[in-house]
Design a protein around this ligand. Sequence first.
Ligand code: CU
Length: 305
Amino acid sequence: MEKLTSLSDGARVGFFGLGLAVAFAAAFLLGSAFDPAETGAGGSHQEGGGHSAAHERSEETEMTAHREHQATETAPGGLAVATGGYALRVASTHLEPGEPGKLRFQIEGPDGEAVREFDRLHEREMHLIVVRRDGAHFQHLHPELDPGGTWTAALTLPAAGVYRAFADFAVDGDDQTLAADLFASGRFEAQPFPASAAVVETDGYELRLEGAPPLAGQPAELRFSVSRDGREVSDLQDYLGAKGHLVALREGDLAFLHVHPDAQEEPGVIPFTAHFPTPGRYRLYLQFQHDGEVRTAEYTLAVRR
Ligand SMILES: [Cu+2]
């Protein structure tokens, strides 16, 4: 029987929720084994020890459950339409480019039925991210749930191409990010990721990304300072219960990293801790609210080995 050692746990680590990333980093730096029980990650079963035949069966059951639980928490999300017992079923995957349309979908649960009850996660029960496969045309939507378990979002795919729709939600305390492709037929002009730059401008705001260059597999501090007309913006408003919302997508497969901010310590600076699983380039979509409007700034970020 395969045994999960703390080493293989460590090797599997992709991305954690923020608190876990920090907790794990501490454990990792101290060289101690990662014990989910210590971090409140779920299972209280200590892995890696020997086990007797008498306990093998129950341990196996627990380990399987634990492994599945871990996989959903640590592997990058957004690569599968179905995983961890849940499936994303999209009713309408073809939309006319530039035409206002509707996206309807259900989350099918382990029992094969549409899930009707979701946890509230960052103030919403469902976060829907839509982005074209080349990283262009990012949208962050909050669909509405009907009593039968069908989610509906007004959606326009602005230009032709293949898009990725990420459904980010939690059920019974388990976070899931499932994703499906959407299609807008027509002549597709693919855009490369823009070159990496520390400063980007959006809607008259200047956003500067500070902090050391991130390394793969390690917690990375990302600090975005926001200014307008040369002056620091010190009155950022809350958006989804925080000063900012950050999605990172990996180049090549659009693996999805949902990163939430650290507590704001300086006005005008939005700090995050991200965990990039592998070296390469990522497209970052930072959302913040000011003067009553949500703005999105986009970065290309190179993550080194
Ligand atoms: Cu959202």
